[in-house]
Structures are given as structure tokens and as C-alpha cells.
Design a binder for this molecule. Structure first.
Ligand code: GDP
Length: 320
């Protein structure tokens, strides 16, 4: 089991061990997290999201370089909503960032969504707490797409960057998918391609509508979302992008938006914890009951089907 003091000192081996406990839904993880939680809350958490292939990993790799130039400690959680059967491409992504592996102030971790208790949000949030307590100044969470049922990046991050590329009508898609409303910074990557300018204009126009129509709630009231062009493999636009993220964080601090955001995120975290803990306790309670053994026996002897058995069991135990 990892030692709390090692994690707090930023020891990467201890941190990795702790994250493995989280991934394995180990009961010890919860007790350790309780000890780490008071030491978290200092990191700036950035969410980067966009369709597969838009260049998120390349972009994050370049952002790590830029943050390191400024002496920030950076951690990345790459969330894979895919099955292990398509793992090849994901491995490629991680490899791209691995050139930072020798840097002790960089920590990169990918998380598979499969098998996570409470869905991906819970495991990612737990991991972000660990990295925060380890002393990383910047935590970048990379996800494919946004607003998915199983994971909403806006539940975890202070600032959200939405990545798109020119010539794909991504802007229209963004409106359809409702991701325009969660973005603080819009990144048009691959702007070495033709139509980059058109993509920027299209996004700016849509964002203008977002602010004038006022139908969509602004994630940071008073903040005008910015559109930033980048060519990730060349590092073009990355300095400006990092500046923009940092100025968004400054903006939130100056406007006292950090604390309400934190409270909001804590409420969501509490809800997901409550669900997990309740389920754990109830299952333990049920499995140790006489009734449970009786019902199991009936299923075994085919005198009851699993659907009726589950319903009867729950109705017997929970009465309100
Ligand atoms: P992800 O799936 O969003 O993480 O995308 P990747 O970072 O894996 O990039 C997908 C492909 O696009 C790779 O072959 C990258 O080298 C390439 N790529 C990334 N950024 C740019 C860019 O700005 N311009 C061009 N031309 N290619 C890029």
C-alpha cells in the first residue's frame, strides 16, 4: 500500500500505486483518498476534448513542453472511453507523450472507462485528487468527445478547451452536440490546412450568438470564449494557448469564480460517492441475509427467474 507521506511528497511510484488502487476499486483507496483530500484543491485543472484524430494528444504533448518551460509541474489523465479491443491507437497516443517520461515533473496516466465503479467521472475525479495532492500545478484531462452520458468533463475541470479542425463542419457539430456551451477556449488545430480562417470565423460567429442570445449558460460568467489556432506538431500557437488557459484561471480567481465552481464540483462528487457507498453497503447487507440465500437457491432450482428474484429481494429489504 502506498504511504500518504510519499504521495504528498510527489513520489511518482507511490502515486501510480494509489491510482492503481482506484482503478481496481480497492476499498483501501477510499481511506487513503480521505487523507489526501485536504491536501488537494491547489491545481489548475484543464479539460481538453474533441473528436478522435483532431490532434488532442499532439496538442497536449506541446502544452506540456510549454508549461514545463514555465516551470509548472504537469500531470495528464487520458481518459479512454473505448474498449480494449481498439487499444492500438490509444497506445500510440500515449507513446507520443512519452518523450516527457524522463521528466520527473511530468506524470502521464491513461484510464480505461471499462469496469470503473460509479462510471468514469468518479475514477477520474479520484485520480485528479491524488495528482493535486502530489503537488502538480496543472492537471490536464483528455477525453474523446464531451457531454457523453458516462463522463462529463465539465464535472472535473476549471477550464475546458474544445479542439476542432478546419474543413469538417465541426462547428455545426459542436452546436448539435451541445459542447459549445461548455467550452471556455476553442482550439482550431491543424490550421496548416486550408479553411483554417473560415473555421475560426464560423466558431467566433457561433460564440457571438451564444453570448448575445443568452440562451446558453456561460460556464464562466463574464468570460468571452476565445478561439485559438494551433499547429500542434510544430508548436505553433501553443504559447498563446497556454497563455489563454492561464489567463482564464486568473480571470476565475479575480472574479471569485473558483470557490463556487469548487462547491459545485464537490456536490457532484458527493452525489457519486453517495451512490457508490450506498450500493456497496446494501449489497453487503443483502448478500449476508437469509432471504438472499433462499432466493439464490430458487434460481438454482429453476423455481424462480432472476428478474422476479431481484425484484422480490429489493422489495423485501427496502420498504419506503
Ligand atoms: P487525437 O486522436 O485527437 O489525440 O489526435 P492525435 O494527436 O493522435 O493526432 C492525429 C494525427 O493528426 C496525427 O497523425 C498527428 O500527427 C496529426 N496532427 C496533429 N496535429 C496536427 C496539426 O496541427 N497539423 C497536421 N497537419 N497534423 C496534425
Amino acid at each position: 500500500m502506498p504511504e500518504i507521506k510519499d504521495i504528498l511528497l510527489g513520489n511518482q511510484k507511490a502515486g501510480a500505486r494509489m491510482i492503481r488502487l482506484i482503478e481496481n476499486n480497492d476499498r483501501c483507496a477510499f481511506d487513503l483518498l480521505k487523507k489526501l483530500y485536504p491536501h488537494s484543491g491547489n491545481a489548475f485543472i484543464i479539460g481538453i476534448t474533441g473528436s478522435p484524430g483532431v490532434g488532442k494528444s499532439t496538442l497536449i504533448d506541446a502544452m506540456i513542453t510549454e508549461f514545463r518551460k514555465r516551470d509548472f509541474k504537469v500531470a495528464v489523465i487520458a481518459v479512454d472511453p473505448t474498449s480494449p479491443f481498439s487499444g492500438g491507437a490509444i497506445l500510440g497516443d500515449r507513446l507520443r507523450m512519452q518523450r516527457h517520461a524522463a521528466d520527473k515533473k511530468v506524470f502521464i496516466r491513461s484510464m480505461a472507462s471499462r469496469g470503473q465503479k460509479g462510471g468514469l467521472s468518479r475514477a477520474t475525479k479520484d485520480t485528479a485528487i491524488v495528482l493535486d495532492a502530489m503537488g502538480y500545478d496543472i492537471i490536464i484531462i483528455e477525453t474523446v468527445g464531451a457531454g457523453q452520458a458516462e463522463f462529463d468533463i465539465s464535472f472535473c475541470a476549471h477550464s475546458i478547451g474544445i479542439v476542432s479542425i478546419p474543413g469538417t463542419g465541426d462547428g455545426i457539430q459542436a452546436v448539435k452536440a451541445g459542447i459549445l456551451e461548455i467550452g471556455d477556449i476553442f482550439i482550431v488545430n491543424k490550421s496548416d490546412r486550408p479553411d483554417a480562417e473560415a473555421a475560426v470565423l464560423e466558431l467566433e460567429m457561433m460564440l457571438e450568438m451564444r453570448s448575445t442570445q443568452g440562451q446558453i449558460s456561460n460556464p464562466s460568467p463574464g468570460w468571452t470564449p476565445l478561439v485559438q489556432k494551433t499547429i500542434a506538431p510544430k508548436g505553433t500557437g501553443i504559447k498563446e494557448l497556454v497563455d489563454t488557459f492561464l489567463s482564464h484561471f486568473d480571470f476565475m480567481k479575480k472574479k471569485d469564480l473558483i470557490e463556487p465552481k469548487k462547491k459545485d464540483l464537490e456536490r457532484l462528487y458527493f452525489n457519486s460517492l453517495l451512490k457508490d457507498l450506498t450500493l456497496d453497503k446494501l449489497m453487503l447487507f443483502m448478500e449476508s441475509s437469509e432471504e438472499y440465500r433462499n432466493v439464490l437457491q430458487k434460481i438454482k432450482s429453476s423455481s424462480m427467474d432472476p428478474l422476479n428474484a431481484a425484484e422480490i429481494m429489493v422489495n423485501k429489504i427496502i420498504r419506503f
